[in-house]
Design a protein. Structure first.
Length: 527
């Protein structure tokens, strides 16, 4: 018997934007609880919540002020426990986010460190340094500097502290035993409450070279993918394994080197990690085949299941991305005003859903992708909240465009997002209702209908995977037992091979021909 996480479908909930139960314009746990039947009907095995803890929201909740408190905008700890139990009763497991690299500048440890002053033990849990010069020239993942200078009580400049993200997210010092102990306790706190797994944020970044060298001064990167990390995750795995049933760990690991990536998936470390390679590839058979091959090859030696990810709360929605001339996602290339053909993008996103759904391993689905929501690119600038936008001097549009509150109904002032009519925290486009769950439930050809059928059929796919003889530079073709998945990337329509039954198709089939940017699942003829 396999473990649930080996082929699970995991639905990502960004709680601010999923459903608003109390009507204040911000999504919350009451909203999620009311929509659990929707998620069950969609056919997901687990939900992953991006951070739901107390947070001043300098980075959408990835600035955690207290891991043991649910942000009051979302609800209470008791509600979280009820939600976990309600979901479990419907057969849906809960995964939560833990952010080991940093805490919020409003976290009790950091406020204590500031109050206690230079040289204090409180400051040793972070990276404080003295001197007139900035300690390093490292560049923040959000652009700009990684050190901020504190002020002494008399107003003179004090010590610097390190933040790989915003100044409101001071980095923790993982050489400090308190940091390690505290995180293992946080895991236990949530596992004791029935959480089935942990998503580990920025998992390659927590450990730093204490000599704080510049990037070009040393062979090993001073803060990415350091060898010492593995021991930390072995400790987390031991905590996860001490539960019955054992809990699961999934890492956010952006690493180009497949072998370094796979190290995190050794049998006593994480169970799985997000595979971002596919998202970074253009929409082309050769590229995607290469991605699938290297992914499967990298996972095999460590005997870990692959994961398939088309998007998340950090990246451009697939419908928009696939409608552009550059279809590969990269943070560096995000700009305003890129020409986009949404019809083309939607066609490809439908095919991409069938492609990733057919691959062996676990599947991540970001809220709203099952509705084919486009990236919202015309949000008023004053509404934008993401530090990626603000820290790039407005050059990078940031990630708000994929975080717009979901449309549930065709009409109403918030398209069913809020129980009462207060404006949502990010404005929804006027035509949002046409993408709503209500609209799509009535339409057998909708993206929602496609996802529902795909997720249902996916359950019956065997573990086996084999490339098919038809696989070529224009056609991706692989088999899961008797089921053949074909995706046509070429300019010409392709005649289908002999088959017993068309299980799913991302578009209409005419005369048994698969047109450009269309995917199909066929049950093959028995021999
Ligand atoms: C991860 C999260 C992202 C967050 C960053 C800093 O990349 O997915 O949303 O901003 O970590 O915590």
């Amino acid at each position: 018997m396999g473990q649930w996480w080996q082929d699970a479908v995991i639905y990502q909930i960004y709680p601010r934007s999923f459903a608003d139960g109390d009507g204040d314009g911000t999504g919350d746990l009451a909203g999620v609880r009311s929509r659990l039947p929707y998620l069950r009907r969609l056919g997901v095995d687990a939900i992953w919540f991006t951070p739901w803890y107390l947070s001043p929201l300098a980075d959408g909740g990835y600035d955690v002020a207290d891991y043991r408190v649910i942000d009051p905008a979302f609800g209470t700890l008791a509600e979280a426990e009820e939600l976990i139990a309600d979901a479990a009763a419907l057969g849906i497991r809960t995964i939560i986010d833990v952010v080991p690299n940093h805490v919020s500048s409003e976290h009790a440890w950091f406020t204590a460190a500031l109050a206690a002053g230079p040289g204090s033990p409180e400051r040793e849990r972070f990276w404080f340094r003295s001197g007139d010069e900035r300690p390093t020239d490292w560049v923040s993942s959000f652009g700009g500097e990684t050190w901020t200078r504190t002020k002494n009580p008399d107003g003179t400049p004090g010590e610097w502290y390190l933040h790989l993200f915003t100044p409101e997210q001071p980095d923790l010092n993982w050489n400090h035993p308190d940091v390690r102990r505290e995180h293992e306790e946080i895991l236990r706190f949530w596992f004791d409450r029935g959480v089935a797994g942990i998503r580990i944020d920025s998992a390659t970044m927590p450990v730093k070279d204490p000599s704080l060298p510049e990037l070009d001064e040393v062979e090993q990167h001073p803060y990415v993918d350091r060898d010492e990390l593995h021991d930390i995750y072995r400790g987390w795995r031991a905590v996860a394994d001490s539960y019955d049933p054992p809990r699961m760990l999934v890492g956010e690991i952006w690493l180009a080197d497949a072998e370094r990536f796979a190290r995190y998936l050794r049998p006593d470390e994480m169970h799985t990690a997000f595979n971002f390679d596919l998202m970074g590839r253009p929409w082309a058979a050769r590229e995607l085949r290469e991605s699938i091959r290297t992914t499967l090859a990298a996972h095999a030696p460590v005997d870990a299941p692959a994961t398939w990810v088309l998007s998340n709360h950090d990246v451009t929605r697939p419908v928009t991305r696939y409608g552009r001339s550059d279809t590969a996602f990269s943070f560096a290339s995000k700009r305003f005003g890129v020409p986009t053909d949404l019809e083309l993008g939607r066609r490809r996103a439908r095919a991409a859903a069938l492609l990733t759904g057919a691959l062996p391993g676990s599947l991540y689905l970001y809220q709203g992708d099952e509705l084919g929501l486009p990236e919202v690119e015309n949000l008023p600038l004053v509404a934008l909240q993401d530090p990626m936008f603000h820290r790039s001097d407005g050059l990078d549009p940031g990630r708000d465009g994929c975080r717009v509150p979901l449309p549930w109904t065709t009409g109403g002032s918030t398209f069913g997002f809020s129980a009462r009519g207060f404006g949502p925290w990010l404005p929804q486009p006027d035509d949002w209702g046409s993408h709503s769950v209500e609209a799509q439930e009535l339409d057998p050809d909708s993206m929602l209908a496609l996802y529902r059928s795909m997720l249902a059929l996916r359950r019956d796919l065997p573990r086996s995977f084999q490339w098919h003889a038809l696989d070529s530079d224009e056609l991706l073709a692989f088999q899961r037992g008797e089921v053949l998945c074909l995706v046509n990337f070429g300019p010409e329509a392709v005649r289908l091979p002999p088959y017993q039954e068309v299980l799913l198709c991302s578009d209409d089939l005419t005369d048994d021909r698969l047109t450009t940017d269309v995917a199909v699942w066929l049950r093959l003829v028995h021999h």
